[in-house]
Structures are given as structure tokens and as C-alpha cells.
Design a protein around this ligand. Structure first.
Ligand code: HAM
Length: 420
């Protein structure tokens, strides 16, 4: 026997028994996006490597060690997109969607990061992302966060997630803070974990994210980013929190929330759960006012987020928040060879007159008893048995789930819906 071929580690099939959960989530996303007037954009999965280096940042985990990068047959360096924001900006610049206008966009699709796979963390995963361009004020930050709050509430997850909020302020404020943090950490370098030591020079803000308890303990006395906020960023943040307060959205300020991508300024936020183990961030984003210009466009304010679809589906499963699977309405079978000839066209007639019904045809020639067993196994609510004789067709509609109910018989298929 030939050896079977397996999927790539960290890249999962989404099987037929899982797709209803995905479709349920996707349905809510689409409906909300329309309600908030965000338009869909569909973008390539492969982009030039340069795009991600210039946007996410050369010394981030993603660019340093997680990208699927390869030379194509022309020798160009290409990368499977690790995220959608940079791609969205690239597309917006390329097609003139961003200059001197506002845009509300969303996208959904696979992203690729070569991380160590574990529950909630995969090498191919899916994001729903939302990006708003050309709006500077804190009202749009609030809108984007309200969207995310409504989304999580509609999914029934509101009680299981917490909104964490921070401001990374301006580039200048952050640079000053970085210097102060570096100086502080240097004076305690011996107490730092190896990763944090390395980050001292390359990306010192990420030390705030360190998982090491010893480093975290050290950070208690470290300088605080909010002490370095510039006035405009402080006002922006206060404008945001006031709006969230008015809308009744609760949040916690997390001074150490810095995000793993370099393009952010001012607002950053994450929705976090404790119900998923280590990979608890289900949705994350923030403002990135410098990115459009950094990628060759005109200065354009921007804010957005992305949600990890796998994590949402896992959470819905863990909390048993998924709607019951849709059942099959009708299983159609011919009682004998003569009736079998008619079964497909009868099913077509049913689909014409009652398009909302799910109808499955029996396939194959077997004894009636066997066919009825198949009907039962299909999970259908009812079986429609077709009999054919000289007088024409006769139908018997049997209840498969409530057997105590009597079957009904009729001669005209148009009567079917009155018995359902
Ligand atoms: P991110 O924090 O890198 O941000 O990813 C957003 C979300 O994608 C995470 O919170 C998580 O739910 C999910 N995610 C990330 N990596 C994985 C993985 N390996 N497996 C499963 N899920 C994962 C961004 O990507 C930004 N582009 C978000 C954004 C949009 N900021 C502004 N606009």
C-alpha cells in the first residue's frame, strides 16, 4: 500500500463536522461588518518579503524567526503573509484607496507563522481583520473597539473575555521611554532572562512582555510608559476611555501591553481570555498612524484589529456556545426499482417548491428495509418513500425521530409541505 501523506505540522484541515462552527462565526462577522459599514477586501496570500520587513519590523519575532519566506522561480524573495494589516496598506496605497479619504475595510483568511504549534497556536491560522483609514480622532478607535465588543458579545463570549488597553503614545515619547527603560534594565541586567537580555538592545519594549517571573518582578519598579506620554496622546487616550465609559464597555489599563508588531502608536488593545490556556489573546489591534507613509503612501491615520478565528472556535467549543448542528429535513428514496427511477426528479420538484428544505437522495439499489436503515442513519427528520405503479406515484412520509407519529400518505407531491 502506498504511504499516506500527512498535512504539514501546524496546518490543519477544518473537517465537515467543524465547518458549521466556522460558518456560524463567519455569518456573525459578515453581518456585523455590514451593520458598521465596513467593506470587504480580498488580498493575496503571498507578498514580497520586503513588505513585512518594513512594516512589522526587522527585529520582531515574526520577521526574525516566524515567516515562511522563499525565493520564487525568478529569484524574488516572497513571504506567505503572517498578518493582514501590512497587506491591506499595500493594497490601499497601490489602488489609491487611502489618500485623502476615509475607508472602513475588513478581510478574512489564512495567515502563516512558523511558531511552535500548541493549542490555539498554529502555523496556518485564520484571522478576521478590520482596518479603518483616514480618521485621526479617538472616536474611530472607540468604534473599532465597540465593534469588537459587540462581536464577542454576539458570540456569547462577553463574560469570558477581558479588554486590556494601553497607549504607546507618540514615536518621540516612546523613544524617550525606551531609553529610560533600557537604562533601568541595564542596571539589573544580571536578573534578566536570556531573551530579555537580548532584547535590551534590539526591542527593549518587548521585555515588558517577558514570561519570566523574575523579569516581571523586576519590572514592578521599572519606569512607566504613561509617565512619558505626550500631551496629544494623553488627550487621545482620554477621549477614547471617555467614549468607552459612555458606551458601557469595561476595560483594564495594562501598562505593559506593547504588542509584537512595530507599527503601532497610541492606542493598543487586546481581548484576553483565561479559558484557553497559554494562547489567551483572541483579538488584538491598535492604531498605526505611521504605517501608510512608511510603505510609500501619504501620511494617513489608521486603526484596526485582527481576531484569531481558531481561538474563537476553540473557545465556543469549550464553553459549549455553539448553536445546535442543522439537521437534515428529508431523505428521499424510491421503494423499488421503478420508483428509484423517479426519485431524483421528485427531489428536484421538492427543491423547486421548498428551497429552504435540506433534502438528501438515497443512492444505490437495495432492499427497502436497507434503504430505510440508511435514511435513519442519515439523521434526517423524515423519510419520503416513493412508490410507483400503474396509477402513478404514491408517497409515504415517515417520521424518523418521533416514531410514535403515524406516517402520512398522499399522491400529489405538492401536498408535501402541508405535512412538514
Ligand atoms: P496579532 O496580535 O499578531 O496582530 O494577531 C492577532 C490575533 O491573531 C491574535 O490575537 C490571535 O488571536 C491570532 N493569532 C496570531 N498568531 C496566531 C497563531 N499562530 N495561531 C492562531 N492564532 C493566532 C495582528 O496580526 C495585527 N495585524 C492586528 C491588527 C490589525 N492591528 C491593527 N490592525
Amino acid at each position: 500500500m502506498a504511504k499516506t501523506i500527512q498535512a504539514i505540522r501546524g496546518m490543519n484541515d477544518i473537517l465537515p463536522n467543524q465547518t458549521p462552527a466556522w460558518q456560524y462565526v463567519e455569518g456573525i462577522l459578515r453581518q456585523l461588518a455590514a451593520a458598521y459599514t465596513y467593506q470587504e477586501i480580498r488580498m493575496p496570500v503571498v507578498e514580497s518579503t520586503e513588505l513585512f520587513k518594513r512594516s512589522i519590523g526587522e527585529v520582531t519575532d515574526i520577521v526574525e524567526k516566524e515567516m515562511y519566506t522563499f525565493d520564487d522561480r525568478n529569484g524574488d524573495s516572497l513571504t506567505l503573509r503572517p498578518e493582514g494589516t501590512a497587506v491591506c496598506v499595500r493594497a490601499g496605497n497601490e489602488h489609491g484607496l487611502l489618500y485623502n479619504q476615509t475607508q472602513r475595510l475588513w478581510y478574512m483568511g489564512p495567515m502563516f507563522r512558523h511558531e511552535r504549534p500548541q493549542k490555539g497556536r498554529y502555523r496556518q491560522f485564520h484571522q478576521f481583520g478590520l482596518e479603518a483609514f483616514g480618521m485621526e480622532g479617538p472616536d474611530i478607535d472607540a468604534e473599532v473597539i465597540l465593534f469588537s465588543a459587540r462581536l464577542l458579545n454576539e458570540l456569547g463570549l462577553g463574560q469570558h473575555v477581558e479588554l486590556q488597553l494601553n497607549s504607546l503614545a507618540s514615536n518621540e515619547a516612546r523613544a524617550a521611554y525606551r531609553a529610560a527603560l533600557r537604562e533601568f534594565l541595564r542596571s539589573h541586567e544580571e536578573a534578566l532572562d536570556e531573551d530579555s537580555k537580548r532584547r535590551l538592545d534590539t526591542n527593549v519594549l518587548r521585555v515588558l512582555d517577558s514570561k519570566s517571573p523574575q523579569t516581571q518582578a523586576l519590572l514592578v519598579n521599572a519606569p512607566k510608559l504613561s509617565d512619558y506620554w505626550d500631551d496629544a496622546s494623553r488627550a487621545h487616550f482620554s477621549g477614547l476611555t471617555q467614549r468607552l465609559d459612555h458606551a458601557g464597555v469595561r476595560y483594564v489599563l495594562n501598562e505593559r501591553l506593547v504588542r509584537g508588531l512595530d507599527y503601532y502608536n497610541r492606542t493598543v488593545f487586546e481581548w484576553v481570555t483565561t479559558d484557553l490556556g497559554a494562547q489567551g489573546t483572541v483579538l488584538a489591534g491598535g492604531r498605526y498612524d505611521g504605517l501608510v507613509e512608511q510603505l510609500g503612501g501619504k501620511p494617513t491615520a489608521a486603526v484596526g484589529f485582527a481576531m484569531g478565528m481558531e481561538r474563537i472556535v476553540l473557545l465556543l467549543e469549550a464553553l459549549e456556545q455553539l448553536p445546535a448542528a442543522a439537521s437534515l429535513d428529508l431523505y428521499v428514496l424510491g421503494a423499488d426499482e421503478q420508483a428509484e427511477l423517479m426519485a431524483l426528479s421528485v427531489a428536484e420538484q421538492i427543491r423547486d417548491m421548498a428551497p429552504w428544505l435540506s433534502v438528501q437522495n438515497h443512492s444505490g439499489s437495495q432492499a427497502l428495509k436497507k434503504k430505510l436503515q440508511k435514511a435513519d442513519k442519515s439523521g434526517a427528520e423524515r423519510a419520503l418513500v416513493i412508490f410507483a405503479d400503474e396509477q402513478g406515484l404514491r408517497f409515504e412520509l415517515k417520521h424518523l425521530r418521533e416514531r410514535e407519529l403515524a406516517a402520512v400518505e398522499f399522491n400529489d407531491i405538492n401536498q408535501l409541505t402541508s405535512y412538514l
